[in-house]
Design a protein around this ligand. Structure first.
Ligand code: FAD
Length: 372
C-alpha cells in the first residue's frame, strides 16, 4: 500500500494492537480515543494461546511474560457441592503456547507503550460523534466540533461503534436475561494460577488470580428476568450478589462476602456486523462482532483481527482489496466463536449434565485455541 494517513478510532485492545501492527510495517497511524487517559476500568482477561501468538508477533512477548501470569489449568467445579467436574492441564497439554491472565489495565498499558514505541500518535479526549462515508475520503467529527478527514478509517470503537453504525445503520441488541457482576479483591496467599468455573443452575462464578497472585478476579453471572444496563460504570448492591450465590460452596461465598462495590453489566447479544468495510472504513474487534464472555475470546478475537487486518491492508495496493481479504479471512471464524460462546452460556447453567459440559468445554478449547 502506498503512504496514506490511517486514523483509528478507539485505543482499546483492537485499536492499539492494529496500530502497532501497521506502524511496524511502516504506516503513519493516529489513534483517537475518547477517554482522558489510557486506563482501563474493568478487571481480568484471559489471553489464550491464539491471542498470545499475536502478542508475540507484535514483538511484545517479553513484556507479556512480565505483565501477565501464566495459567496452569482450567477447572470446572460444581458450585453447590465443590466437586471437580473437569481439569484441563494447560502446562501439560500446551507447553509451548502460553495461556495468561492479565489485568486489563496492564494489557492496555503494554499495547499502548508498544504502539507509541512504534511511532503511533495516540490522541486522548477525542470522542467521535459522527462518521461520514461516501465517495470521498472518510470524515469524522469529534464532540469538540473538529472535523478530521483521513485516507483510511479503522473503527476499533467497541460495542457502541460509530464506524459500525455508519456502515450498517443502527441495530438494537437484545438482552440475554443474564447479568454479570465483576470485581477484584485481594487474593489469599498461595492462590493457584488456575481459572475456576463454579457452575450452578442458572448461574456461574469464574475466578482466577491477577498480578502475580496479589488479586483475585471474580465474574459472577446470573440469569434474571429484569433488564440491566450494558455498562461497566454501574455498581450494584453486594447483597444481591451474595443472595444469588448463597447456596454455593463456602470458598466462593467467602470471596463474594468481601466484595463491597461490584460492577454490574447486562449481557446483550449484538449481531455480527453485516458490512465490515466500505467508503474507506473498516471495523474490527467488538465493533464488528461483540461476543458474550463465556468463551473468553472477545479480546483474543480482537488481537487476531488486528494482526490479519494489518497484514491484508499492507499487502494490497487498494485498501478496499485489503479490507475484502480481511473480511474473507475472518468472518467465518468469528461467527463460529460468537455462536459457541452463546451456546456455552447454556452449558454452564445446566444442572445434571456435568459430563456433557466437561466434554463441551474440552471440545471448545481444542477447537479454538490454535490461531488461524
Ligand atoms: P473495547 O475494549 O471496548 O475498546 C474500544 C475503545 O474505543 C475504548 O477505549 C473506548 O473508550 C473507545 N471508544 C468507543 N467509542 C468511542 C468514540 N465514539 N470515540 C472515541 N473513542 C471511542 N475477552 C477475552 O478475550 N478474554 C476474557 O477473559 C474476557 N473476559 C471478559 C469478561 C467480561 C465480563 C466481558 C463483558 C468481556 C470479556 N471479554 C474477554 C471480552 C473483551 O473484553 C472484549 O471483547 C474486548 O475488550 C474488545 O476489545 P475492543 O478493542 O474491540 O473494544
Amino acid at each position: 500500500m502506498s503512504a496514506r494517513r490511517i486514523t483509528i478510532v478507539g485505543a482499546g485492545i483492537a485499536g492499539l494492537a492494529v496500530a502497532r501492527a501497521l506502524a511496524l510495517r511502516g504506516a503513519e497511524v493516529t489513534v483517537l480515543e475518547q477517554a482522558p487517559e489510557i486506563r482501563e476500568v474493568g478487571a481480568g482477561l484471559q489471553i489464550t494461546p491464539n491471542g498470545h501468538r499475536v502478542i508475540e508477533a507484535l514483538g511484545l512477548g517479553g513484556e507479556a511474560a512480565q505483565e501477565g501470569q501464566r495459567a496452569e489449568a482450567v477447572e470446572l467445579v460444581d458450585g453447590e457441592s465443590g466437586g471437580r467436574v473437569l481439569r484441563l492441564d494447560l502446562l501439560q497439554q500446551r507447553p509451548g503456547s502460553p495461556f495468561r491472565f492479565f489485568h486489563r489495565a496492564d494489557l492496555i498499558g503494554m499495547l499502548a507503550n508498544g504502539a507509541r514505541a512504534a511511532g503511533v500518535e495516540i490522541r486522548l479526549l477525542q470522542k467521535i460523534d459522527s462518521v461520514t462515508l461516501g465517495d470521498g475520503p472518510p470524515r469524522i467529527r469529534t464532540a469538540l466540533g473538529d472535523e478530521v478527514e483521513t485516507d483510511i478509517l479503522i473503527g476499533a470503537d467497541g460495542l457502541h461503534s460509530k464506524v459500525r453504525e455508519a456502515l450498517n445503520g443502527r441495530v438494537a441488541p437484545f438482552f440475554t436475561h443474564q447479568v454479570a457482576w465483576r470485581a477484584t479483591l485481594p487474593a489469599d496467599p498461595g492462590i493457584r494460577p488456575v481459572a475456576q468455573v463454579f457452575m450452578g443452575a442458572g448461574r456461574h462464578v469464574v475466578s482466577y488470580p491477577l498480578r502475580g497472585g496479589h488479586l483475585r478476579n471474580v465474574v459472577a453471572v446470573e440469569e434474571r428476568r429484569h433488564w440491566a444496563e450494558e455498562s461497566w460504570s454501574l455498581t450494584d448492591d453486594p447483597l444481591a450478589l451474595r443472595i444469588a450465590f448463597e447456596d454455593f460452596v463456602p470458598e466462593v461465598r467467602g470471596w463474594l462476602d468481601r466484595i463491597e462495590r461490584p460492577n454490574l453489566w447486562g449481557l446483550f447479544r449484538h449481531p455480527v456486523a453485516v458490512r465490515w468495510h466500505g467508503g474507506g472504513a473498516v471495523i474490527l474487534g467488538d465493533a464488528a462482532h461483540p461476543t458474550l464472555p463465556f468463551l473468553a475470546q472477545g479480546a483474543n478475537m480482537a488481537l487476531e483481527d488486528a494482526w490479519v487486518l494489518a497484514d491484508c491492508l499492507m499487502s494490497f495496493k487498494a485498501p478496499e482489496d485489503g479490507f475484502a481479504d480481511y473480511h474473507a479471512r475472518r468472518a467465518a471464524r468469528v461467527r463460529r466463536i460468537v455462536e459457541a460462546a452463546n451456546a456455552n452460556a447454556k452449558n454452564y447453567h445446566m444442572s445434571g449434565l456435568r459430563r456433557d459440559l466437561a466434554h463441551g468445554l474440552l471440545r471448545v478449547l481444542d477447537r479454538f485455541a490454535p490461531a488461524t
